[in-house]
Design a protein around this ligand. Structure first.
Ligand SMILES: Nc1nc2c([nH]c(=O)n2[C@H]2C[C@H](O)[C@@H](COP(=O)(O)OP(=O)(O)OP(=O)(O)O)O2)c(=O)[nH]1
Length: 155
């Protein structure tokens, strides 16, 4: 029993991915276009990546946003917003995607790993082509983001 548990811990049966919804003072949402050579290449996602073994989801998000967007974030500036899960695909582990709201950061976000970024009002960001897991998650995020920030994004 113990041996099996240790094995699962070393080789988890599901993949935990964390991502951030960055909203600027004008109410625009940041989306990241994945590099063409990666899975879901060219699609617009919430910036983030995989949680590494031994890492908390929050630490992973701070690390991933630093690597991907060249920004610094204090863990106190992020808050859990929503999650989405997808079933196992042939050959792959099922993914659970945890989405955090990011209200504050240091630095100017830029795509440093070969992708691109876009700042859009939620209405425009909704029209960007996304990975399947993000479609329902995006709708959920729009419903959950506090009205003040939605209002700032009108127009
Ligand atoms: N970051 C991110 N990944 C997503 C989203 N939606 C979605 O299905 N995914 C999938 C794509 C990938 O299979 C996985 C995340 O992998 P990644 O390639 O971004 O992560 P990483 O930076 O840790 O990857 P790697 O370079 O180590 O391969 O989750 C999303 O909104 N954001």
């Amino acid at each position: 029993m113990l041996r099996e548990a240790a094995e699962v811990e070393r080789n988890p049966t599901w993949l935990c991915v964390v991502a951030g919804l960055l909203i600027d003072p004008q109410g625009r949402w940041l989306m990241h276009r994945r590099p063409w050579d990666k899975a879901h290449g060219g699609l617009w996602e919430f910036p983030g990546g995989k949680v590494e073994p031994g890492e908390t989801p929050e630490a992973a998000l701070v690390r991933e946003l630093g690597e991907e967007l060249d920004i610094s974030i204090d863990p106190r500036w992020i808050e859990p917003l929503a999650f989405a899960s997808e079933g196992s695909k042939a050959g792959g582990r099922p993914i659970t995607l945890l989405l955090y709201l990011v209200r504050q950061w240091e630095g100017t976000p830029r795509a440093v790993e070969g992708g691109a970024i876009g700042w859009n009002r939620p209405d425009a960001a909704a029209k960007l082509e996304k990975p399947p897991l993000d479609v329902a998650l995006f709708t959920k995020a729009r419903a959950l983001v506090p009205p003040a920030e939605n209002a700032a994004g009108r127009g």
